[in-house]
Ligand binder design. Structure first.
Ligand SMILES: [Fe+2]
Length: 186
């Protein structure tokens, strides 16, 4: 679809690392979604939301996406805006389920304990597909070297690090099922 390819192209030109990250998160999310037995509509929503969950970084200044310096509070706030921008962009895509996918993307940085953003939703208040993307997003962020993270971790080191955040950041059930996905890949 031309529209989706165009959005992918724009993101890749603005931030190539995020472009690659979103492709990997899309793949992990699809595998986890299938394991969960999601309906075909839910899988379509998940596919759109996962591949564009970070597309809103188009709206964040490029130097923030590539720096390894610690952010000040204003920069953290600007970075957090990417969830709104992702929602906005996805909502403009001409597909029947764009609205649903845009809401999923909006909430991919919420946390189970309610300390996430943008809406500080807790546990089951967070849509399940958003909670799913939080898991796959965190896995790829830790496992894959990105320029604002320091070192690449193995799959198992990554899962160990993630396990420490179960019930604060991550949904326990989704994390456990995701471990099955990763263990099957190795
Ligand atoms: Fe994000």
């Amino acid at each position: 679809m031309k529209e989706l390819n165009l959005i992918r192209l724009i993101l890749s030109l603005h931030d190539y690392h995020t472009h690659l990250h979103t492709k990997r998160v899309q793949g992990y999310s699809k595998q986890l979604g299938k394991l969960l037995g999601l309906t075909s509509l839910e899988l379509d929503v998940l596919d759109l939301a996962s591949q564009f969950h970070d597309v809103g970084k188009i709206g964040v200044e490029k130097h923030l996406l590539t720096t390894s310096k610690i952010f000040d509070n204003d920069q953290i706030d600007e970075m957090k805006m990417h969830t709104y921008y992702s929602e906005l962009i996805i909502n403009h895509i001409d597909l029947d389920y764009s609205k649903q996918a845009s809401i999923i993307a909006r909430h991919h940085h919420e946390r189970i304990d309610g300390n996430g953003y943008p809406d500080k939703l807790k546990a089951d208040e967070i849509p399940i597909l958003s909670r799913l993307i939080t898991v796959t997003d965190m896995f790829d962020a830790i496992h894959s070297k990105r320029n604002y993270h320091t070192s690449k971790k193995s799959k198992f080191e990554t899962l160990e690090i993630m396990e420490r955040t179960v019930n604060t950041k991550l949904d326990e059930d989704l994390f456990n099922k995701f471990k099955t996905v990763i263990e099957r890949r190795t």
